[in-house]
Design a protein around this ligand. Structure first.
Ligand SMILES: [Zn+2]
Length: 588
């Protein structure tokens, strides 16, 4: 058995893995003669300059001039070091290495155990759904959704019965219950985390079960869906639901259909739209876009038609464009979601769907139509408002696309493309609210105004908002620059009430006086308690995310130092924090 650091180890692993296959998991390669070409994953480009030579097992990018072998590729793409790359590739090649870093070995082992446990659980749930009387509620739910057994089995749907069924199953198999707890399947008392729910495995693009999402069958249950916690096997936002089943059809049709919910995807497959995937409970992330880009250049976005769905669709369009992908947007007519639409269409589902696909505007056009809706060209105020919205919308896309988009917007609205491409908008520009009703955090000429900075302005204008802010936020959670003014203003409020700030202002340091006077002269657009509360939540979330990345940095340090105790402690901290962040994001 080669030791980890020895040259033998590198040689043996290199002999067993194929660079082309490894690269293909991240880059879509096209064969030309004996070589392969693709878009470089390490720099932004539109035409392929990334070249793989299978004979020499080497790669080279003519654009950014990075190059190397399979180890350097994995190092760069997985953001790991040489040893990390060796570990990953050794595992894949089935080469056993001894003398691993104990912490790393433990992590690899834990992950392996979690994956094995998830696989077992999926088999158990599937068995219960089809073969046990206890699976009856699950089968009824599927029936009501018109999902047949064939489709359900493709997705390996299952049912978790009430009580401790899975624990008993594990006991009979002489398996540890602890492992099931680690895998997020069981509570400490042995009850099933997903009890009385239809269980949907979340699998990676190779079909490996990484987690579950589960829909309740009870009418009285408030939480319709619950998800596995993040584990060593599952990181939210990295998996694309349904990709293992859809990947071939995506390649064949040249686009992927992206829906919001897992059930939408299952119904879509049931009705023959089999290139469908879902982002799985989050907005589409950069990592998911990159994953999809390995299979296609075009995403067909099918999100709910409510405000949140439209915003998600806009964000996804921009994200895709930033990764040189095209998007089209489908609005499902006369139904609240694609699931309902397809079920209503029944046997004509594929045909009706194709009609929608054929009419679907691009992601940019869909946003443009929305921004320009109801425009009356003879009303100058309206024209200016629409122009400013479109200007912002165009500016979200990569600069290479903007001119073409401005032209399209000119055709659609009659507003001059020059006006739409103008860099400096007029100061009177109206503010466009973002998803949660807050205006974008910018002030002219001063770059981005942070949530923390916004809150300081708000408190200067409306000191009574301290009543709802002070219990939710501590000064430490604010940007460092804002901590002292926060504490000082709170002191003034405590002493003098709403007018305390005016009384004390002369004693404030000059830069703080400035800030407050500026806020008084030009208050931020929305000043009320509700906005204050939203801001505190945003600030706390940012603060927690900052702490989380701090811990992750510390974690890699601890791993390098082989300090397994510290690693374990930090991992726990990171996990708890990640959970708190997810909770908070879900609530907001
Ligand atoms: Zn490159």
């Amino acid at each position: 058995m080669p030791t980890l650091a020895s040259d033998d180890a590198f040689a043996e692993v290199k002999a067993k893995v194929d660079l082309v296959k490894v690269v293909q998991e991240h880059v879509r390669l096209t064969k030309r003669n004996k070589d392969y070409w693709g878009l470089c994953p390490f720099h932004q480009e539109d035409s392929p300059s990334f070249h793989v030579n299978p004979q020499r097992q080497s790669w080279y990018c003519f654009g950014c001039e990075r190059k190397g072998d399979v180890f350097t590729f994995v190092e760069l793409i997985e953001k790991t070091d040489k040893r990390g790359a060796l570990l990953m590739l050794a595992e894949r090649a089935g080469v056993e290495l001894k003398q691993l870093n104990p912490a790393q070995k433990e992590r690899a082992d834990t992950k392996k155990r979690v994956l094995a446990m998830l696989k077992l659980a999926a088999q158990y749930y599937e068995y219960v759904l089809w073969k046990s009387p206890a699976g009856d509620p699950g089968r009824k739910l599927l029936e009501s959704r018109h999902v047949g057994e064939e489709t359900a089995r493709k997705f390996q749907l299952g049912y978790a019965p009430a009580g401790r069924g899975f624990a008993e199953y594990l006991r009979a198999k002489k398996r540890s219950l602890m492992e099931a707890q680690d895998a997020g399947l069981m509570r400490r008392d042995g009850t099933d985390f997903f009890a009385e729910r239809l269980v949907i495995p979340i699998r990676d693009e190779r079909g490996q079960v990484l987690a579950f999402t589960a829909r309740t069958v009870r009418q009285d249950e408030q939480r319709k869906y619950i998800n596995s916690p993040e584990t060593s096997a599952y990181i939210k936002g990295r998996v694309v639901f349904g990709l293992d089943l859809a990947r071939d059809e995506i390649a064949r049709r040249g686009h992927a259909t992206v829906m919001e919910g897992q059930f939408d995807v299952i119904t879509a497959h049931q009705f023959g739209v089999t290139n469908t995937v879902a982002s799985s409970g989050t907005a589409l992330t950069e990592e998911q876009v990159r994953l999809l880009k390995r299979f296609t250049d075009e995403l067909l976005l099918v999100f709910d038609s409510d405000r949140a769905g439209r915003e998600a669709s806009r964000k996804a369009s921009v994200l895709a464009a930033q990764n040189s992908m095209r998007t089209r947007v489908i609005a499902v007519p006369g139904a609240k979601d694609p699931d309902e639409f397809l079920r209503a269409a029944g046997p004509d589902a594929v045909e009706r769907w194709e009609e929608l696909v054929a009419k679907a505007p691009s992601g940019f056009e869909a946003g443009m139509a929305e921004d320009a809706a109801g425009l009356n060209p003879s009303n100058p105020n309206q024209v200016e408002r629409v122009a400013s919205r479109l200007r912002e919308w165009i500016r979200e896309f990569p600069s290479s696309l903007r001119e073409g988009y401005a032209e399209a917007a000119e055709r659609h609205t009659g507003i001059s493309r020059h006006l739409l491409l103008q860099e400096q908008p007029e100061p009177s520009r109206p503010v466009r609210p973002t998803t949660n009703g807050l205006p974008p955090l910018r002030r002219p000429g001063a770059g981005k105004l942070t949530a923390s900075g916004y809150l300081m302005q708000l408190l200067a204008v409306r000191p009574v908002a301290f009543d709802c802010v002070r219990t939710r936020l501590t000064a430490e959670e604010l940007d460092p620059d804002d901590r002292s003014i926060f504490t000082r203003m709170l002191g003034s409020y405590d002493r003098g009430g709403p007018s305390g700030l005016e009384v004390d202002l002369a004693d404030y340091p000059p830069e703080e006086q400035n800030l407050i006077r500026r806020a008084w002269a030009a208050p931020p657009p929305n000043v009320d308690d509700e906005v204050a509360v939203e801001l505190t939540e945003r600030i706390r979330l940012d603060h927690m995310k900052g702490m989380h990345s701090g811990i992750i940095r510390e974690l890699s340090e601890a791993e390098r130092g082989r300090d397994s105790e510290r690693v374990a402690r930090l991992e726990t901290e990171a996990r708890e924090l990640a959970r708190a962040i997810t909770d908070m994001e879900r609530r907001s």
